[in-house]
Ligand binder design. Structure first.
Ligand code: UTP
Length: 298
């Protein structure tokens, strides 16, 4: 059985209610962290991980996502004709090409939950395990989270590998949480997981965040998955059902995760990137929003 991960699924059909009113007309996945939309980070992470096919599960009202990720030949031509060669080049490099790249769009017409969104991609995936990337979970670090996971998955024998991080007890109710049985390097072994448990019922503090490498059998599990927490078809529940048969592991990634589906997380990610940008850092320092590191060092 191949452990080569060839497909990445991007569920982008959600309502983005936590970010209203910004998401009334602009999909959450197109909100920028500094100047780059969330979906771009996700696409770049998949590319870096060697993904061959990208399947976007979108909604008819979110066609701007397709317009954003695919190359816009007219815009590139226009920029070139105005002498803006460097911008044209950068845009074209970032975009997906309809000829060279293997890209599919499928629609989830009703937001019935993340599990349902992943199920909508079933006819478009290549054989073998699949990756799932949630673009509103931004993970920054020297190595892409999905690259790390794909490598760990290939080297191991666990069926479902999910990205995990330890969270404080008062936050566990916001996450899927692993029922931990042991540890092996960066992998936390588990025999199940629970979606959004109350702190007193949480099996551990190992919370699942938006990167998954899943055995192909996940689509069979999702086909019969009943609605769970919030009345939605939960991906967590379908993963948990396969845990005993095919194995479940939490991967402790090396990067830092920002919950860009929330205002606070988006602000934190924006500040993090702004601190790495000399022009933005100068403004933040001038306004006294961050410590003047040069003055402190002098
Ligand atoms: P979230 O639960 O964070 O997104 O799902 P949401 O439902 O859009 O946002 P809120 O909670 O109302 O603010 C994580 C990812 O899964 C997608 C979302 O688009 C997001 O990228 N998703 C979620 C779907 O594609 N379909 C769904 O039915 C639910």
């Amino acid at each position: 059985m191949t452990r080569h991960v060839r497909t990445a699924i991007f569920p982008v059909a959600g309502l983005g209610t936590r970010f209203l009113p910004a998401t009334k007309a602009t999909p959450k996945e197109l909100l920028p962290v500094l100047d780059t939309p969330l979906i771009q980070y996700a696409v770049d992470e998949a590319r870096d991980a060697g993904i061959e096919r990208m399947v976007f599960v979108s909604h008819p009202s979110k066609s701007a996502i397709e317009r954003y990720v695919m190359e816009d030949a007219r815009l590139t031509r226009e920029l070139r004709s105005r002498g803006k060669e460097d911008i044209a080049e950068a845009l074209s490099d970032a975009a997906l090409c309809p000829i060279e790249d293997d890209v599919r769009f499928v629609m989830q017409t009703e937001p019935k939950g993340l599990g349902h969104a992943v199920f909508c991609a079933r006819d478009e995936v290549l054989p073998g395990p699949v990756a799932v990337i949630l673009p509103d979970d931004l993970i920054l670090g020297p190595v892409g989270c999905l690259s790390e996971m794909v490598r760990a998955y290939g080297d191991g024998d666990i069926g479902h590998l999910v990205a995990t991080m330890e969270v404080p007890e008062d936050r566990v109710h916001k996450y899927g949480v692993l029922s931990v049985t042991g540890k092996d390097g960066s992998i936390v072994k588990a025999d199940g997981m629970v979606e959004k448990p109350a702190a007193k019922d949480a099996p551990s503090l190992q919370a699942v965040v938006g990167r998954y490498v899943l055995d192909g059998s996940i689509f069979d599990a999702l086909a019969t998955q009943k609605p769970g927490a919030g009345g939605e078809i939960q991906l967590t529940d379908a993963i948990a059902r396969g845990a005993s048969e095919i194995g479940l592991g939490g991967f402790q990634f090396s990067g830092t995760r920002f919950d860009c589906g929330s205002k606070a997380g988006m602000l934190e990610a924006t500040l993090k990137l702004a601190m790495d940008d000399p022009e933005c850092l100068a403004v933040l320092t001038e306004r006294g929003l961050v410590a003047d590191t040069k003055a402190a060092a002098a």
